[in-house]
Design a protein. Structure first.
Lengths: 330, 252
């Protein structure tokens, strides 16, 4: 009976998230300054970016294919990917406060972007990515080989590197004069500049981390449960090294295109854990759906509020939901 | 056979074990006894490849454990460490099922055999009543039995247990020791680190005494006398005859 109730609850959560995600995705294609009826959106999607042979490109088609669709897909992929990365980080670092930004990736990206904006360098995304990878390299080098057996050492290295970079960002802001607003806005995150280029990077990154997390769900369960992983056939240091590196690089991709959108990677895994338990076979796909949903809703709200930073919205939308669940569980 | 050959092992660069050689044979319960810090836990960890061997080697059926894939080692050697701290609320049956993980591929679901092994292990450790309970809500003894059940479900040829009765009441301590003896009767090699000399007398085929990271000696239970125990533990011992003419040892 308990098993049936458990499966029913899981199926309900899955279906709710899947339908809500599909609904939020559809709504993000429908809504905006240019009003495009539902039927026309479907027709535009069905006939492709070029439209039927011989037809001229319409404003509606351009808006759907070049603005709304890449933006919605990038937001979905970023939310889903950050949530899955959060699941992996919390399991591998054995720390409920771990998130995709724990190893200094976000600070590195923010520093790279702030430097590029301050010095008016081209290819902002490249500099953000370079900053992320550089920070990650320093954290891994600081932690050393021993850190793979001692997660707190790795977290500490991430915190130290993040703090130094935050100070450097503050310095850049102070020295950048008129560019300060641009730096602050970039850091707080936005999907306003999303293109098919950002979708092409973010979607595979999100798929990669979620497939890895799902495929290795048993190993992640063993590590996260506090069981002796090595004795149960899991090469823990290798798993930690591989997955932290891959998910940090994926996070670097997300923040390089969309800025530092907080909250999703930390709270969505906890939220899903409350609803569906600690098993990664459930946690990974449900976090994928939940993260994508929260980010789409947050981006939709950001669009409706004169492009407010999306990180502010994720916290404002997700925070109360998390509080309610936590309160009900208590 | 699982053999340690002149093994030095430890944590960091400081060895805890110094050139220790020992073998675990199929069909026996080998008890490891010795004072705190004598290297019992380090030896068990080294035998399953969890602790890096600094010198010497560990051979599993004549193959060095060091070069073997972790999954292959875990299919042949189960290990239950002394300390356990469950950090998330997995259910007891899920924890026990983790013992079958080394037998499953990444996308493979547990099959009939896996479920049967889990049921047998839960039954053997009397955990059916709490099978759906989160492990974080178990008592210390129940959590220890969940760890032991996980190792039983692993169904390996060699089983290494580090103080498996430390958190158990007398009835469950006997239950566990009898199950370990049962494993030996099934042809498996069992090594168990203990502090209770009398449990070792009652259930072990051989007793290996460790002192300061070195092997003091290996004895049959009947060969152990006051002088052996006194030399190892540095305290006087007396023997008495217990029920069924079994020998009982007491620190004097």
């Amino acid at each position: 009976m308990a098993a049936f109730r458990d499966k029913f609850r899981l199926a309900s959560v899955f279906l709710f998230l899947a339908f809500a995600l599909a609904g939020a995705f559809g709504y993000s294609l429908l809504s905006g300054d240019v009003r495009i009826p539902f039927q026309e959106v479907l027709e535009i999607l069905a006939t492709g970016p070029a439209g039927p042979a011989g037809s001229q490109e319409s404003l509606a088609r351009a808006v759907i294919w070049h603005v709304r669709l890449p933006r919605a897909l990038t937001a979905l992929a970023t939310g889903a990917g950050l949530a899955c990365c959060g699941v992996l980080f919390q399991a591998l670092l054995l720390n409920p406060l771990a998130e995709p930004y724990t190893l200094g990736v976000a600070s590195g990206a923010a520093f790279g972007a702030a430097a590029a904006i301050s010095f008016q360098l081209p290819f902002l995304t490249f500099w953000a990515f370079a900053g992320s990878v550089g920070a990650l390299g320093v954290v891994f080098a600081l932690g050393g080989r021993g850190a793979l057996r001692e997660p707190p050492r790795m977290i500490l290295a991430g915190v130290v590197v993040g703090s130094i970079l935050s100070a450097a960002i503050a310095l850049l802001k102070a020295l950048s004069g008129q560019m300060m607003a641009a730096i602050v806005l970039w850091i707080m995150g936005s999907f306003a500049g999303s293109t098919w280029g950002s979708t092409a990077w973010c979607f595979p990154a999100a798929i990669l981390v979620s497939v890895l997390g799902f495929g290795l769900h048993r190993d992640l369960d063993i590590v996260a449960s506090g069981s002796p992983a090595m004795a149960l056939g899991v090469n823990e240091p290798r798993l930690r090294m591989g997955l932290l590196l891959i998910s940090s690089l994926a996070t670097a991709v997300f923040v390089s295109f969309s800025g530092v959108v907080g909250f999703v990677g930390l709270v969505v895994p906890h939220l899903v854990r409350i609803l569906a338990g600690p098993n990664h076979v459930r946690l990974v796909p449900l976090s994928f759906l939940g993260g994508g949903l929260l980010m789409l809703v947050a981006d939709q709200a950001a669009r409706g509020l004169s492009e407010l930073p999306v990180g502010v919205i994720t916290a404002l939308v997700g925070g109360p939901v998390f509080c309610v669940l936590l309160w009900r569980r208590a | 056979m699982l053999r340690a050959i002149r093994v030095s092992a430890g944590y960091g660069s400081q060895p805890v074990l110094h050139g220790l050689s020992l073998e675990i044979r199929p069909g026996e319960v080998l008890a490891l006894l010795g004072p705190n810090g004598s290297g019992k836990s380090t030896l068990l960890s080294a035998l399953c490849g969890v602790v890096r061997v600094l010198e010497g080697e560990v051979l599993l059926e004549d193959r060095p454990v060091l070069g073997m894939d972790r999954r292959s080692v875990s299919r042949q050697v189960a290990y239950v460490p002394q300390q356990f701290a469950f950090t998330q609320g997995f259910r007891v049956e899920e924890i026990v099922l983790m013992g079958r993980s080394c037998w499953l591929g990444p996308f493979e679901n547990p099959g009939e055999i896996d479920r049967r092994k889990v049921e047998e292990a839960l039954e053997a450790m009397e955990l059916e009543r709490v099978r759906e309970k989160p492990v974080t809500e178990l008592s210390g003894g129940e959590a220890q039995r969940a760890c032991l059940a996980r190792a039983l479900a692993q169904d390996t040829r060699f089983c290494l247990f580090d103080e498996p009765t430390a958190s158990l009441d007398p009835r469950h301590a006997l239950l566990v020791m009898e199950r370990l003896a049962g494993l030996a009767q099934e042809g498996k090699g069992v090594a168990v680190a203990l502090h209770d000399v009398n449990l070792a007398f009652r259930h072990a085929s051989r007793i290996a005494f460790l002192k300061e990271g070195r092997l003091f000696g290996v004895f049959r239970p009947s060969e152990v006398d006051e002088s052996v125990l006194e030399s190892v533990f540095e305290v006087g011992w007396r023997f008495a005859v217990g029920p069924g003419l079994s020998r009982l040892a007491f620190p004097a």
